[in-house]
Design a binder for this molecule. Structure first.
Ligand SMILES: NC(=O)c1ccc[n+]([C@@H]2O[C@H](COP(=O)([O-])OP(=O)(O)OC[C@H]3O[C@@H](n4cnc5c(N)ncnc54)[C@H](OP(=O)(O)O)[C@@H]3O)[C@@H](O)[C@H]2O)c1
Length: 251
């Protein structure tokens, strides 16, 4: 169970090697989290992520999970919930893709959409049902500022995140009052392996800053978290910029 401050005792990460997820797990372990499941595609990186968290004193297990295999989600995630209650699920998997390549290779664009959107619809629903059966828990979804308004430079990724964001908001409303809390996190540019080698966007932040914002959001039981927080205001303005002007902005 979560403590009085909303900090989970048990955590399930979908996308077990995500730098943002691991920074969040490290932060939560220094608070109260004792059991961590890292769900991801089997790899040495997944095992090394697990050992890193074990060194901090947590009981860490890994489970095979592929966002692109929705038919396997019930079995993979069911195994985790069968072992005991999960107080928090962090939906952290995702791919950025390569916009210029993906525009020319529809199959590659579809993989971005299937990973970020349909993979999340499937695993999100499986976890939501399990949390609802328990009667408590948080589902924290890593959306993105990129989903707020489609940009020329990354509309394939952005549109997948827009779909994910809308799905997570609706799921949050569906679960309202059940004891299950859904929190949508919208980071801007985060310095992680996903953005390695890319030019930094304004207001760039770190996985640790996202982790801090997630912890604060859990304590407040927030429904939406922007990282950094100033992006909420920036995006409120950008959302209303006329299309013809927005198209010409160097974003
Ligand atoms: N970095 C940013 O600027 C930024 C900004 C806003 C939102 N976000 C979102 O935050 C989340 C975490 O990003 P991050 O920065 O921590 O990136 P990251 O370190 O690159 O992590 C991405 C994770 O997604 C997993 N993944 C990719 N395809 C998968 C699949 N088919 N099945 C299962 N797992 C899969 C990767 O696992 P493998 O080890 O198997 O590849 C990895 O664990 C993503 O959803 C991302 O879109 C990131």
């Amino acid at each position: 169970m979560k403590d009085a401050f909303g900090i989970p005792q048990s955590l399930l990460v979908l996308g077990g090697t995500s730098e943002i997820a691991l920074a969040t797990a490290r932060r939560l372990i220094t608070r109260r989290t004792r059991t961590v499941w890292l769900a991801g595609r089997p790899s040495p990186a997944l095992e090394s992520a697990a050992s890193g968290l074990r060194e901090l004193g947590a009981d860490v297990r890994t489970v095979g999970f592929d966002a692109l295999d929705p038919d396997g989600h019930e079995a993979a995630l069911g195994k985790v919930f069968a072992e005991g209650d999960i107080d928090m699920v962090l939906l952290a998997f995702g791919v950025l893709g390569d916009q210029s390549r993906d525009e020319n290779e529809p199959g590659a664009a579809v993989r971005v959409a299937q990973t970020n959107y349909t993979g999340a619809v499937s695993s999100g629903l499986v976890c939501a049902r399990a949390l609802q059966t328990q009667g408590h828990g948080s589902l924290v979804v890593l959306s993105s500022v990129a989903g707020e308004r489609a940009r020329r430079a990354n509309f394939i990724y952005g549109s997948s995140k827009a779909g994910l964001d809308a799905f997570a908001q609706g799921l949050g409303d569906a679960l309202y009052g059940t004891g299950v809390h859904v929190m949508v996190v919208r980071p801007g540019f985060v310095r992680s392996k996903m953005t390695e080698g890319l030019a930094e966007a304004p207001l760039a932040t770190t996985p640790e800053a996202v982790a801090t914002a997630i912890e604060t959001g859990l304590r407040r039981r927030s429904e939406t978290v922007w990282v950094p927080g100033t992006l909420r205001v920036v995006m409120a303005a950008l959302r209303h910029v006329p299309r013809g002007v927005f198209r010409r902005l160097p974003l």
